[in-house]
Design a protein around this ligand. Structure first.
Ligand code: SF4
Ligand code: SF4
Length: 64
């Protein structure tokens, strides 16, 4: 199962960006205030859409 991590030093937040949250086909992400969080990692298929769309390369999807 893939693991999904967000580097909050790089993430621009849900209001300014939110690309991962809006485009993940499995709805893995959730928004808490202005923070995008990995809420349902177990649903991730490892498609890579979030990594591809993230403008700051804050997301890493890894297969263990
Ligand atoms: S790799 Fe795909 S399914 Fe997994 S969190 Fe990213 S966009 Fe969602
Ligand atoms: S796509 Fe990247 S910068 Fe944008 S909200 Fe997601 S993790 Fe943050």
């Amino acid at each position: 199962m893939p693991t999904v991590t967000i580097d909050y030093q790089l993430c621009r937040g849900a209001k300014e960006c939110g690309e991962c949250y809006h485009n993940c086909p499995m709805e893995v992400f959730a928004v808490e205030g202005d923070k995008v969080v990995v809420a349902q990692e177990e649903l991730c298929t490892g498609c890579g859409v979030c990594e591809d769309l993230c403008p700051t390369k804050a997301i890493k999807v890894k297969f263990e």
